[in-house]
Each structure stands twice: as structure tokens, then as C-alpha cells.
Design a protein around this ligand. Structure first.
Ligand code: ZN
Ligand code: MN
Length: 144
């Protein structure tokens, strides 16, 4: 996927009725360049150098505003901190039980809508989580 330009990000914010601020641009641009499903703390720690006035609370509020506007998705992650995804299309994840990392995984289309219709169930959202141990954690185990 091609990286978003600053102009793309500005129109993303405007189209969603969000105020355009340098911090908001920085958060979205960080999430777009580092498609690693960062936690709010990770985003805060990597941006606080550039924005000394930025607080962890601002990052949380910013992410909350993005979620309300539908441009960012929260990925709840059990006992680990939530991670945030700039890709709001339906897609699936490998989740490492050891380090909490989440990576995108492609799966064939799942007939969720059809099954839901049969059960008169209104689907709001779904994604498949494949839990396990990531390759980084696995090779660490082998070294010990
Ligand atoms: Zn891991
Ligand atoms: Mn993802």
C-alpha cells in the first residue's frame, strides 16, 4: 500500500469533520508509516520528541476522536494494551500471546453476512484473531 501524503491525511481529517492539527496529522502519519498496530503509549513515545507539549492523554483523546469518526479501529488485545489500526477495512490478524504483537493476515472471504442474515443477526464488525507465538518470540525460546 502506498504511503499517505500529508495532503491525503489533511483531507481524511476534513472529510471526517475533524479539526486539523499538527499533532493529529503526526499521529495518522505515524500509524500509516508504521503499520504495526501500535499501542497509544508507543505512538505517544515516538511523537513526544517532535511535540514536547504532547501528553499521553492527548494521544488517547486523539485516537478516541479518530475511532468515533471511523478512520481508526481499536484492536482489543486481552491482557495487553489495545492496539490501533489505520486500516479500517475488514481484515484479520495473527496475535502473539507472548509479546502481544499483531500482524495482518490474509484469509479467504468468510460468509459472515450470509450466516448473520440466516440468524437475523446485525453485524457491526468482526475480525479473525489467530492466536499463537510469533516468529520473533519463537526464535528467542530456541536460543535459551
Ligand atoms: Zn511475540
Ligand atoms: Mn491490521
Amino acid at each position: 500500500m502506498e504511503a499517505l501524503t500529508e495532503l491525503d491525511i489533511i483531507s481524511m481529517l476534513k472529510d471526517s469533520g475533524l479539526r486539523v492539527t499538527p499533532q493529529r496529522i503526526a499521529v495518522l502519519s505515524f500509524m500509516d508509516t508504521h503499520r504495526v498496530h501500535s499501542t497509544a503509549d508507543e505512538i505517544y513515545l515516538s511523537l513526544k520528541q517532535e511535540f514536547p507539549s504532547l501528553s499521553a492523554a492527548t494521544v488517547y483523546n486523539t485516537l478516541r476522536a479518530f475511532m468515533d469518526a471511523g478512520i481508526v479501529k481499536e484492536l482489543r488485545n486481552g491482557d495487553h494494551a489495545s492496539r490501533f489500526d489505520i486500516n479500517t477495512a475488514i481484515h484479520h490478524h495473527f496475535v502473539c500471546d507472548r509479546c502481544g504483537n499483531m500482524t495482518d493476515v490474509e484469509l479467504p472471504e468468510i460468509p459472515v453476512e450470509r450466516v448473520a442474515r440466516e440468524h437475523h443477526f446485525e453485524v457491526l464488525d468482526y475480525h479473525v484473531e489467530i492466536r499463537g507465538i510469533c516468529s520473533a518470540c519463537n526464535s528467542e525460546t530456541m536460543m535459551h
